[in-house]
Write a protein that binds this ligand. Structure first.
Ligand code: NAD
Length: 244
């Protein structure tokens, strides 16, 4: 039995995790934390913390997991560079899964995006479009950022220089080195991502659409059951799914 604490328990993902955990054999929720609650007193009875709260909360939770020797599943997105560096340092001391997206379908999209970029080559212009519900706080989404990192890696470009966040005004002709990213917000959309490869005469579009948060929650619960058996280190969902 893997005993987990859910942080951000009153949120959209937190509530979905609690509902999915109740239906998952081998998982027991031993603590639920939201704003104003304290994690430390609950940690001794848990094997792992699943954090889908807010990016600023993740690092303090990670430090507590290190102090108590507990595994951590990082679900939050939108971390600042300094937060990312400190989270990586924590992962040297505890087993940590950190994924911008816990769905199996999106991890397949990550794999397909790398393959398509490799096969199609530099003559194809690259653009990423993502859409989420109106309440999402960060942009572009963590999943879109991972897609951009994959494209930047294959193209061997520095993302800071290559990224074009939307376009406005007389922007001039598109350069072949740029990678476009467009974040759409509205309604209750759980999460849509499209990677566009556009060349003269043809276009390839890879799209994933999430219609339920259960896909993320079930992936995170699977990650928790997997990571408690691992050595300290930083893992992602491709490791959990055996896609590497
Ligand atoms: P939400 O706003 O519905 O829920 C967040 C919850 O965290 C709220 O109840 C809030 O009160 C709580 N919270 C905020 N600060 C806290 C703190 N310091 N301590 C404890 N609780 C705190 O948001 P959501 O839609 O559930 O998303 C939560 C996070 O998960 C976001 O960062 C989102 O981008 C991310 N997310 C990741 C994935 C993935 O697969 N990795 C999927 C969906 C959402």
């Amino acid at each position: 039995m893997t005993k987990v604490i859910i942080t951000g328990a009153k949120g959209r993902m937190g509530q979905t995790l609690i509902a999915c955990a109740a239906r998952t054999p081998g998982i027991q929720v031993v603590g639920q934390i939201d704003l104003g609650d304290h994690l430390a007193p609950l940690l001794d009875k848990a094997d792992a913390v699943i954090d889908f709260s807010f990016h600023e909360a993740t690092l303090p939770f990670a430090h507590l997991c290190v102090q108590h020797g507990k595994a951590l599943i990082v679900g939050t997105t939108g971390h600042a560079e300094a937060e990312k560096a400190e989270l990586r340092a924590c992962a040297a001391k505890i087993p940590m899964v950190w994924a911008s997206n816990y769905s199996t379908g999106v991890n397949t999209l990550f794999w397909l995006t790398r393959k398509a970029a490799e096969i199609l080559g530099p003559n194809f212009d690259l653009e990423v479009v993502e859409m989420h519900h109106r309440l999402k706080k960060d942009a572009p989404s963590g999943t879109a950022t991972t897609l951009l990192e994959i494209l930047g890696d294959v193209r061997k470009v520095q993302l800071k220089e290559a990224l074009r966040h939307g376009r406005e005004g007389i922007v001039g002709e598109r350069t072949s080195s740029e990678i476009g990213i467009h974040a759409i917000r509205g309604g209750d959309v759980v999460g849509d991502h499209t990677v566009i490869f556009a060349a003269n005469g043809e276009r390839v579009e890879l799209t994933h659409k999430a219609s339920s948060r259960e896909t993320f929650a079930n992936g995170a619960l699977r990650a928790a059951q997997w990571v408690v058996k691992q050595k300290p280190g930083l893992y992602d969902m491709q490791d959990v799914l055996g896609l590497k």
